[in-house]
Ligand binder design. Structure first.
Ligand code: HEC
Ligand code: HEC
Ligand code: HEC
Ligand code: HEC
Ligand code: HEC
Length: 458
């Protein structure tokens, strides 16, 4: 176990660490699954008690997904109707279903309250990833940057990025580990029971260009700017860390994340001629692949249409590139998936799966399919044994898609406008409809669009 602990260990930190060792009888720090039930609820303060002195940060956090990690609809549905249900039907999945809470309701996990009561019971699970979750993390294991391998040391001491003078409410210890992407990795990397990374946002970032330039997750998701980190100390910081944690649920974040720029093989063409339209998709905004994180849920797809001078519309289909597994990346109304819901949810034998894509046949889909041991494509990350082709758009990658179209003989002269639109759904529609997830969670969001004009000669 290699602990990522404070860089130039502050004296206080050593004492705290020693204290932790002593209080735990010298046994190794409990992290990950081993921490289940190692604490009590009473050891943790509620977010409301931090609000009085940190109102600005509280308001930001409250609006973020961190505060809704247990309560929001899709999480509730997937956890209770799929994961908990699956564990009831097949006890071998009980530990992994309990483990959901290690990231989504960490205080309940630490208190051993799993599964926690449903959100409408308003239990402490509803606090989600609260202030106390992150600011009691005193150490994490650098060799196991996945599945909540951090150690929680609740108490008067709070761990922050820069430390500071102690306030009447708490003492502070700087844990520079919190300022690194590795800290985020402990929850944003996830391994399934088969040992595969079913979430790999940190790994994608590590292998991409941003890590080399020292651009941490914080730069984009906890941006620095003027602010008062506490109302009681009177100080104003020019570089306060704003707790926005804005991701795919914030349209301002996803909008324009990928450029969509087109060019055609010729500026003018005659009916009957083939025209090749190329779409460039450049991931200019994200420090990781798109989609990342809950890749099994998300649907990122490109749709291209041509409209002639009389307003008739023609759907175009993407050209095949011929790589292995490509069939999973081209939408097809015939494709069926998610057959595993039958035994995950205990449905009858007549359940044969759901439509795989729910978007127009011939659209390009940027995805990495998740497969069960039996080879069914699944949205259940805990049931994932392996992956299909990784056809997502990497950080600063420019993916090119071509659409070859033999112009119909009937095409009227004048401008032919070819438009490409890149859409994002947080949950693939057929699954969302089947599980009755609120529309807001899966409606189509436009990431970007672009067009090019070809002049049709008479
Ligand atoms: C009575 C007011 C008060 C309350 C209540 C309070 N804090 Fe603070 N906190 C402060 C002050 C003041 C500072 C800034 C100290 C400084 O700048 O020297 C601070 C700073 C911090 C920092 C920054 C540490 C760093 O290393 O950058 C963290 C983290 C923090 N508080 C967490 C919490 C949490 C979590 C709670 C709720 C459990 C909480 N605070 C409740 C007054 C308070
Ligand atoms: C250069 C800026 C940048 C960096 C660095 C960055 N991100 Fe992102 N992140 C984005 C953008 C833009 C989006 C929105 C597009 C998307 O959903 O992928 C995003 C989306 C996300 C999402 C939501 C993905 C989804 O579809 O649900 C998560 C989670 C996330 N980032 C976590 C991280 C973590 C963890 C790190 C560090 C390991 C990180 N990000 C580094 C810019 C960045
Ligand atoms: C997901 C983890 C996470 C959660 C949840 C979280 N914080 Fe933080 N917080 C951080 C990290 C990481 C930093 C340090 C960032 C840095 O210095 O680069 C930080 C910094 C701070 C700071 C110091 C800001 C500065 O720029 O000096 C305060 C104060 C603070 N947090 C209070 C809170 C309070 C209050 C809450 C709940 C309303 C909260 N945090 C929730 C991760 C979290
Ligand atoms: C204790 C676990 C934990 C830690 C540590 C953590 N996160 Fe998260 N984060 C979560 C969970 C759980 C969610 C998902 C909430 C949901 O949608 O259910 C989330 C959501 C997010 C989102 C929103 C994603 C979306 O789809 O909109 C962003 C962005 C994000 N985290 C960034 C970060 C960054 C940056 C760090 C490090 C500074 C970090 N997280 C540390 C658990 C954590
Ligand atoms: C290692 C930490 C971790 C574990 C374990 C984990 N999750 Fe998550 N989960 C996350 C993070 C981080 C996100 C946000 C990533 C993103 O937005 O793409 C997330 C996102 C989700 C989402 C999508 C939320 C949305 O709004 O789109 C659902 C649903 C979900 N998790 C359910 C579960 C279930 C059920 C389990 C247990 C089988 C589980 N998670 C286990 C960290 C974890």
């Amino acid at each position: 176990m290699k602990l990522l602990w404070t860089g130039g260990i502050a004296a206080a930190a050593v004492l705290v660490l020693a204290g932790v060792w002593a209080s735990e009888g010298g046994s190794p720090l409990k992290m990950g699954d081993e921490a289940l039930g190692s604490r009590t609820y009473e050891q943790y303060e509620r977010p409301a008690s931090c609000r009085q002195c940190h109102p600005e940060i509280y308001a930001q956090w409250k609006n973020s997904m961190m505060a809704q990690s247990f309560t929001h609809h899709w999480d509730e549905i997937e956890y209770f109707q799929l994961a908990v249900k699956h564990a009831e039907l097949d006890p071998k999945f009980k530990p992994v279903a309990d483990g959901c809470n290690g990231c989504h309701a960490p205080i309940s996990f630490l208190a051993g309250d799993v599964p926690p009561p449903r959100p409408d019971k308003n239990s402490r699970a509803n606090e989600g990833v609260s202030c106390e979750v992150c600011h009691t993390i005193s150490a994490f294991d650098e060799d196991r940057l996945f599945n909540f391998h951090w150690h929680s040391s609740p108490g008067r001491t709070k761990f922050g990025g820069r430390g500071g003078e102690n306030s009447p409410a708490h003492s502070l210890v700087a844990n520079p580990g919190l300022q690194t992407a590795k800290f985020c990795a402990t929850c944003h990397n996830e391994k399934s029971p088969w040992g595969v990374y079913v979430k790999g946002t940190y790994n994608e970032w590590r292998d991409g260009p941003y890590s080399k330039e020292n651009v941490q997750c914080h730069t984009c998701h906890m941006p620095a700017g003027p602010g008062r980190r506490a109302v009681t100390d009177g100080k104003r910081y020019e570089d306060m860390r704003h707790h926005l944690f804005h991701g795919a649920h914030v349209e301002a974040k996803t909008r324009g994340a990928i450029d969509v720029v087109l060019h055609a093989s010729q500026e003018e063409a005659e009916p009957g001629e083939p025209v090749v339209v190329t779409v460039h998709l450049f991931n200019q905004k994200a420090g990781h692949k798109i989609p990342t994180g809950s890749v099994e849920d998300r649907l990122l797809y490109l749709q291209v249409d041509a409209v002639d001078s009389k307003g008739n519309s023609y759907p175009l289909s993407v050209d095949r590139k011929g790589f292995e597994g490509e069939e999973w990346t081209i939408a097809s109304s015939d494709a069926v998936a998610y057959q595993d819901l039958r035994y995950v949810m205990g449905l009858g034998d007549d359940f044969v799966g759901l439509p795989r894509d729910g978007v127009r046949t011939g659209n390009r889909i940027f995805r990495m399919p998740y497969f069960t041991e039996k080879g069914e494509m699944t949205i259940c990350q805990w049931n994932t044994a392996r992956f299909g082709v990784d056809y997502r758009i990497g950080p600063r990658e420019n993916k090119l898609e071509t659409f070859t179209w033999v112009l119909p003989d009937t095409l009227p002269p004048g401008p032919l406008v070819v438009t490409a639109t890149l859409h994002y759904q947080l949950l693939v529609r057929p699954v969302a409809e089947f599980l009755k997830v609120p529309e807001e969670e899966y409606r189509d969001r436009m990431i970007n669009s672009g067009s090019v004009v070809v002049e049709i000669l008479p």
